[in-house]
Write a protein that binds this ligand. Sequence first.
Ligand code: GLY
Length: 532
Amino acid sequence: MLRLGGNAVDAAIAASFTLSVTDPFSCGVGGGGFMVVYAPPSDARPAVEAVLNYRETAPGALGPDFYPSLDRTDASRIGGAAVGVPGTVRGLEAAHQRWGTLPWPTLLAPAIEAAQQGVAVNEAWCAAARWLGEARSDQPHLARCSEWIWKHLCGSGTLQPGDVVRQPEQARLLRRIAGRGADFFYTGEVARDIALAAQAAGGVMQIEDIEGYSTQDLAPLVADEIFGRYRLLTMPPPSSGGVAEIQVLRMLWRRWGDLHDPGPDDPAYLHLLASAMQQAFADRARWLADGTFAPVPVSHLLSDAHVQAAADRIDPDRALEPVDAHVLPPPDDAGTSHLSVVDADGMAVACTETINTLWGSCVAVEPWGIVLNNEMDDFTTNPGGSNAFGLRQSDRNAPEPGKRPLSSMSPTIVLEGDEVRLVAGASGGPRIISATIKAIVDVLIFGMTPEEALAVGRVHQQWSPDVLWLEQGRFDESVHADLRSRGWDVRERTGMGAEQLLEVLPDGSMLPASDPRKGGAPAGVRSVTTAD
Ligand code: GLY
């Protein structure tokens, strides 16, 4: 798209539609997302600082008592009752109307071609197929719901890396969307087929829910003076990621002086980082939700007084007292996909999209070949309990008709003056937040290239369960021992997020990096500077 003369938004839209075909286990037109857009001021227009919210919404029949009243405890994760009204197609159309420059059909052409000609599947796709095979063997309800996906997108369990999967049904859908716009998806036969697919799998979605879907233009969450010099543009609620990121970065900065010659593996730094995350995730659990439905005190949570009090609570030698002994390991990285784009004029897009966990609800809309999300599990569906990611959340995040569930997706653009410095974001549920924070610090403070920043180990602390996770095999035993001696319940795990990071250097050259943990690679239209 950039080669055709399009801008960063055009490229992001085309990439997003293509991801619906190449990563149907992670994201796609059956899901939703967030997009953060920046363009520097020019003679033609003032700076653009904007976010689009095209997160899925709860169907009209979903209230706070819906899930507790059902027999099945997995109803918000598997099957039709897990499905939120998809937002991606409306969201991408809204982005095109506001900022796009290329014709809409041009943006869909690569996705249509990929769906029609087929995609050679990679290891991430095969791993997703293996996961589904295992889940089907001991979950009869999931096995019934996922029949179409299993046959058409997993080769009934035979899929090997390099095998080609064609998606003629999705190609037909995308061709019609290219010709008639998002209305084709949100009205008529597609809306009917989505509602019928959800209902046939135990859901309550109605055609009217789909017809009534709209995106939200929100003011971006902006934080100045990050590390004394950077401006951060990120996602406000219903993302929890933007608030948590800013809180943690500010807490770090306030206590940075406590560290003696800090480095990325320094246990004192990792302790400070974990302590800051713990407090930000405690705020997430208590306060965060869709701000258009519940009061979310964002200004208070980001105020100097609140952040200073949290920073002051951090004891350099000891983990804060455990607030919760509940231990439920979150599952490995699952659904969700992030893309970071910068064009030659300095316009940038950070875009994170998801169908939630692997293969979403496991329900497909068969005539159109798409996988429906299970985003309803990001609501507080089980008061007092936790969701698929082990996250505990408050009543503010209870389901209500038309409401959007709380998210950890954290698309972020870092500016220095008017220039883009970094575009960041990840997949990985709550590990999105910790991976993105660590990548930002590793590049901006420790001076790593994006490639180096994505290669080093990650840490994650999400308040509940009260565990400090270190990425498996990435830290010396001395680091583990030091953190244990400070009182942390240290455990190792894989699945610590997959980050897509793009740094723009002062001379305008770009250093892009795609997380080696998920098999991606950066793409560009001119040679990029790579690390020595
Ligand atoms: N579905 C994961 C998230 O939005 O955080």
